[in-house]
Every structure is written in C-alpha cells, then in structure tokens.
Design a protein around this ligand. Structure first.
Ligand code: GUN
Length: 305
C-alpha cells in the first residue's frame, strides 16, 4: 500500500464537503437576498479557543456565510451572556449560534447550552438535538463527531459489524460519536480514564477513535493490525528538535502517529485530519439552520451518504 493511501486527509474531505455546500449558500442568497449567518460567542482569551474561533470565521467568510463575532471578557456575568444569547435567538438575521467551550468556571455550561434556541444550535449540544440524535432522528449533530463519521463513511461505506472503540466520554465527542457508530451497526465501546485494561480493549478495535486530550498516548501496544484510527486530539507540545528553526512547539494528536503508522490500515494526521472536517461540518450545520429557518428542506449529508 502506498504511504499516502493510509492517510485519511481531512483537508481533502473537508474541501469536498465545502464544494457541495458552496452552491447551496449561493442558492440561499439568491432566494432570500441575505447570507446565512453564524454568530460565534467567545468568552475569555484561551489561546486555543481563539485559534478555533478565528478558523471558523475565516472558513465561513470563504464560503458565503456571514459571521458575527461576539466577545466577552473572562469575568462576564452569566446573566449578561444569557441575555446576549436570547438576543441572538430573537434576531431573525442570525441562523446559527455557537458559544465556544470551555467556559469560565463561574458560568454554567448547561444553562448556556439550554438557552440557545435548538433551531439555531449548530453545535448540536442542546438537549433536544442531543436527544434526537440518540433516538435515531438526528437534527443538528455535533460537528466533531459528524466530521469523523463523514470521513469514516467515505473510507468504509459499510461499517456494519465493525468493532469500534472510542476513548473519551465527553459530550462534545465521545458520546455523540458512539450514537453515530451505533446507528451504522458498529459494536461500540466507550473507554475512558477509569477503564480497566485499556490496552486490551483498544486492541480489539477495528475502528479506534481517540478523544482523550493526552498527547501521543496511544502507541503501537494499543492497536490491532489493520485498524482504522481517527485521532481527535489536538495537543500543543514543546518541540525538542532544536534543528527546526523558530519552532518552539508543535501540534500532535492523542495517537503516536509514527509509532502506529506501519500497523494501521488508515489514520488521520494531526494537524490536517479531524480539525478541518469539524469546521466544514459547522458550515454544513449553519446552512442547514438557515434553510430550516425558512421552512425550506435541507438534505442532511448523512441522508445522502
Ligand atoms: N470546544 C471544543 N470543541 C468545540 C465545539 O465543537 N463547539 C464548541 N462550541 N466549543 C468547542
């Protein structure tokens, strides 16, 4: 197998998805004389969140999607933030609302998510959307698991009977990912920090989704031969290769890419794997919200796959 055939290139998958989305946003503008609009709310100055938000806005602007960036200081009162969300809910020119997580400790994530109108909840985190996903009639699907699932389906159209192991039980990735894989007839295990014999569990995986947030934790010991690996981790670590000029840190995944590469069938790199797909899925969800706002049917990419 060619080395490149092993790499699941998230950038290419994302560009292909965005190519399908672009003409839909052109149609929307022609039909309704306004752009689909995404409001992104950023609280505080966490450097990673700032980068994610910047990339979301750049991609929106490139794809005919209007973006509104709303920033608050880390000390913002919870009620001020909730009032802003209500204002965005009531603004007919805003179709999608995203509040970048994590939030400062004094703000209730649960309350913030529950305040977003589910019809504008492009993150798919509102209990209504979350419940719909788990009951098998998805409305808005969280962007990171949707992106992972989209790439998996493109690489292996029939997932039936595959053993899928997800490491990480977060609301953003692990749990919704399990629901998507289950709906495609995988046998699903969610492993986490308290799992006994994690290595043994992972070694049974035909599909391994790593969403732990621990740089390069997953090495060759965890991998079944010819497994497919989706690495959701984005970790910035200090670079100790001093031969690389002006490069004090680098991004790595939760998987030690070099150590597992020869064993796996396919793997997503970091960067250039899950990251671009997450943003493409956000564009997809925003466009979907804009069409639904006009009671205009929108084909979910999952239904057309
Ligand atoms: N923080 C990390 N991932 C996400 C995401 O998908 N959505 C939001 N709102 N915040 C995040």
């Amino acid at each position: 197998m060619e080395t490149n055939d092993k790499i699941i290139n998230g950038k290419i998958h994302a560009d292909n998805l965005l190519k399908k989305i672009y003409p839909l946003s052109v149609d929307y503008i022609k039909k309704y004389s306004k752009k689909p609009t995404l409001a992104v709310v950023l609280i505080g100055n966490d450097p990673a969140s700032e980068v994610y938000v910047k990339n979301k806005i750049i991609t929106a602007n490139k794809n005919n999607i209007n973006s509104l960036k709303i920033t608050f200081s880390n000390e913002v009162y919870e009620n001020i933030l909730l009032d802003k969300i209500i204002e965005l809910n009531n603004n007919p020119d805003v179709h999608g609302i995203l509040v970048q997580l994590p939030l400062p400790k004094h703000i209730s994530e649960k309350l913030v998510i529950q305040t977003i109108n589910p019809e504008k909840d492009v993150d798919g985190f509102h209990p209504t959307n979350y419940g719909n996903l788990f009951m098998g009639s998805p409305s808005f699907i969280p962007c990171t698991p949707l992106g992972c699932f989209y790439m998996l389906k493109k690489e292996i159209p029939d997932l039936t009977g595959k053993n899928a192991v997800i490491i990480g039980r977060s609301n953003i990735v692990g749990k919704p990912m399990a629901s998507l894989l289950l709906s495609s007839n995988c046998t699903v295990t969610i492993a986490h920090s308290k799992t006994i014999n994690l290595i043994e569990t992972c070694k049974k995986a035909d599909i391994l989704i790593a969403a732990i947030g621990k740089p390069e934790m997953i090495n060759e010991d965890y991998i079944k031969k010819n497994a497919i690996i989706i690495d959701v981790g984005i970790n910035r670590i200090e670079q100790n290769d001093l031969s690389i000029k002006n490069n004090k840190s680098k991004l790595v995944g939760d998987v030690n890419y070099n150590k597992v590469f020869d064993i796996v069938d396919k793997i997503t790199p970091v960067p250039g794997g899950v990251g671009p797909m997450t943003i493409a899925c956000l564009m997809h969800n925003t466009l979907k919200a804009a069409f639904l706002n006009k009671k205009d049917p929108f084909i979910n990419i999952l239904e057309s796959m």
